[in-house]
Design a protein around this ligand. Structure first.
Ligand SMILES: Nc1nc2c(ncn2[C@@H]2O[C@H](COP(=O)(O)OP(=O)(O)OP(=O)(O)O)[C@@H](O)[C@H]2O)c(=O)[nH]1
Ligand SMILES: [Mg+2]
Length: 356
């Protein structure tokens, strides 16, 4: 991919059907000033959120079989932060001048690029993505790399937590059918020519130490453990190996409760940890993630409150980019940190030495 193949901002802008403001310039420091807002009273100057959820680019299930390529599957509970991580990823790839980046969706539907433009624009203006609606699956492909590094075509799936957590038995599954993931997701996971990597997203705000944690405690652990068993099991996706990055999301809210992300995962994921440690078929890394500084603005016109990103922090998303790129290409992006063997990997090596 040459420098010339990078889409110019103007070209990207023209693809947006209902744009309400300029797209952040590529190369601008995230967290630094986003596009200048027009003068005038604060209320009038505020950019609207682009309603990308209305765009017509849903997976209809007719073309999943036979797919190939590099796919990142982001899983986690409802509201854990999956879409925020994915849109931060696209925003950062888009705006980091050290990276060559382009949209590479193959089916020619302009709504795909418009959707990603909407994400870039929304997060650039401090808006979190809308919560993903259950039953609506979207697929995207982007391509990124550097002039002296291979270009990575990366596909990913946007799916709601509701469609993932159905894998966990509830005890109320009265019809006798085993609990299942969203059907489309299952079909992607069973495609043999798709190279798969996984982000397991944990909601840090539910794992704050203290009283309110009790209700949620270990439910993510059960979800993650069930998913890992599904991915590896012969009655599930039947994968030979699982390469996963466990992400402690909303780290800004929880970091003062734990000495490190290592302590976070050790405290909250005993069952998942046991499964990871007991097999050499899972390669696990882990990291904290935060979009940056978040304020809750209230009340809104509807009486609720809304969270806004007031300063973006690129260090977490850069680590994520490093992991994705290294994991798929075995190469390192220039200027990005090297992803080291993690604590979980080391523990596994220790168990392996014991003959476990
Ligand atoms: N403080 C803080 N809040 C966050 C962060 N990421 C997400 N949130 C909050 O969590 C909410 C849910 O995040 P989403 O990214 O929509 O979560 P999701 O996993 O995609 O949710 P579903 O699509 O409903 O499954 C956001 O609207 C924010 O209010 C973060 O890094 N820091
Ligand atoms: Mg979502």
């Amino acid at each position: 991919m040459s420098k010339q193949s990078r889409m110019e901002p103007r070209e990207r802008e023209e693809r947006i059907p209902s744009i309400v403001g300029p797209i952040p310039e590529p190369g601008g420091e995230p967290g630094a000033a986003e596009p200048e807002r027009p003068a005038g009273p604060a209320k009038a100057a505020r950019w609207e959120r682009i309603p990308v959820d209305d765009y017509d680019n849903l997976v209809d299930g007719s073309a999943i079989e036979g797919r190939s390529g590099n796919y990142l599957f982001t899983v986690g509970n409802v509201g854990s932060g999956k879409s925020t991580i994915q849109s931060s990823l696209i925003h950062r790839l888009w705006s980091d001048s050290r990276i060559l980046f382009e949209y590479a969706t193959t089916d020619g539907n302009p709504a795909h690029d418009a959707y990603l433009n909407g994400w870039v624009q929304n997060i650039g203006n401090g808006y979190f993505p809308e919560r993903t609606q259950a039953g609506r699956v979207r697929e995207f492909t982007v391509r990124f790399g550097q002039s002296k590094r291979p270009s990575l075509a990366l596909s990913f799936i946007e799916i709601a937590g509701e469609d993932i957590r159905t894998i966990v038995p509830t005890g109320n599954d009265s019809n006798g059918a085993p609990p299942r993931l969203n059907e489309y997701l299952e079909r992607y996971l069973k495609e043999p020519d798709i190279r798969k990597r996984f982000l397991f997203v944990s909601d840090g705000s539910l794992n704050r130490t203290g009283a309110q944690r009790e209700g949620a405690m270990y439910s993510e652990d059960i979800l993650f453990d069930t998913l890992l068993r599904y991915l590896l099991g012969s009655s599930g996706a039947g994968l030979k190996r699982v390469e996963a990055l466990f992400v402690a999301a909303k780290w800004d809210q929880v970091k003062s409760d734990y000495r490190s992300e290592r302590h976070y995962f050790r405290a909250n994921f005993p069952q998942t940890f046991g499964t990871v440690a007991s097999t050499s078929r899972i390669r696990a890394s882990f990291m904290p993630f935060s979009v940056g500084d978040v304020v809750v603005e209230s009340p809104t016109a509807s009486g609720g409150s809304v969270a806004r990103i007031v300063r973006k922090d690129s260090k977490y998303v850069d680590t994520l980019i490093s992991w994705i790129y290294q994991s798929f290409t075995q190469r390192r992006l220039v200027g990005h940190t090297k992803v080291r063997r993690t604590w979980w990997d080391r523990i596994k090596a220790f168990f392996a030495r014991l003959g476990g």
